[in-house]
Design a protein around this ligand. Sequence first.
Ligand code: 5CA
Ligand code: ZN
Length: 411
Amino acid sequence: MDSWNAPEIASLPGKGEPLRLFDTSSQEVINPLRPEATEATLYVCGITPYDATHLGHAATMITFDLVARYWRDQGIRVRYAQNVTDVDEPLFERAERDGEDWRVLGLRETALYREDMAALGIVPPDHFVGAIETIPEIGEAVARLLETGHAYRHESGDVYYSVDSEADFGAESNYDHSTMVKFFGERGGDPDREGKRNILDPILWNAPKEGEPQWESPVGPGRPGWHIECSLIAMGYLSDSIDLQGGGTDLIFPHHEMSASHAQSLSGERPFARAYVHTGMIGLDGEKMSKSLGNLVFVSRLRADGVDPNAVRLGLLTGHYRSDRQWSDQVLAEAKQRLARWSAAVRRDTALPAGEMLCRVRQHLADDLDTPRALAAVDAWVEEVERDGGTDPSAPILARDTIAALLGIEL
Ligand code: 5CA
Ligand code: ZN
């Protein structure tokens, strides 16, 4: 499907150290890319479009936008794919509740997401792909998994994946069994269903059900399960084995474990991703921001209220991407103030040299995207300029380009 317009990105002098990120699978900070890599493959788990984009989604997308921007700044060609889970239970339930067609709901919310992403200065993925568009490939893949003994048919007609058939099952998330069972039950799985080989086996293909859409496939009519969509989109548009799979920590298990296992069983390549990178949850009033709790701050609401999307972006960059963090009016107010000071500094005709600031911003981003310290490096330059001015006419431009290209904040 269409994505959105790409922002223009200035090129900066020199380049930083390779980017290192915390990998959930190895529990270490690593460089996901091969030494001397000139290309990177990035897959990020995108929205389920049954409601508008909230600040949690935005924070996750901004995080991987920083990754893509940093790699590009290194001269690396980034191949980026992101999915839209446009056929799944939450869409049917919301559409039913509101008396509308689930497809119309999905299309509308996806359109709003594109607008929000463009407003936030997020570089679009090269491949923005809906699950619906991938159904033929998913059907074929499920047939192959059945043939190779990685899947089986349940008495209901649903096709399940056999987690015991994958040697590396569990290696991505590192959770103990009871934690896996708990998250599986809470996040779309059916641990209590009779007739499964392992209680953790997830659905690959849903047999037709009353009131649900269905498509023809080599394994009979029905619709895809959730995890297989991400395996197939990543493999189809990027590669059998990718550099980075990203998403929020809510996807560590079962989603990323299952999509990695499916991909590994299909291709035989292990691991599916060289790094699994997870963003902390954005909360409001002490709770994780989630559609089911209803404690949401929507990007589109803030935009409609006239809030500068750059301030939203800057507010979300204030904390480290891996920590669970709270959004509040105060976070936004501080971001607005910071933005105003930064803007004033880069709008001067001359300033103190900004080369060292660029170096520091790169250095902190390379260190597992340490945005609090990267922002502090900009603050330090701004404070010196406020105090001492400076006579370098190229400095304000370099500072503005640094902030725009690496942090995605347009001043
Ligand atoms: N469509 C699936 C992924 S395949 C999904 O999880 N959709 S979502 O709409 O629920 O979330 C979209 C992305 O935002 C995912 O990467 C998810 O991990 C992330 N996310 C969801 N809620 C939050 C939150 N409160 N804070 C940070 N990230 C979040
Ligand atoms: Zn996904």
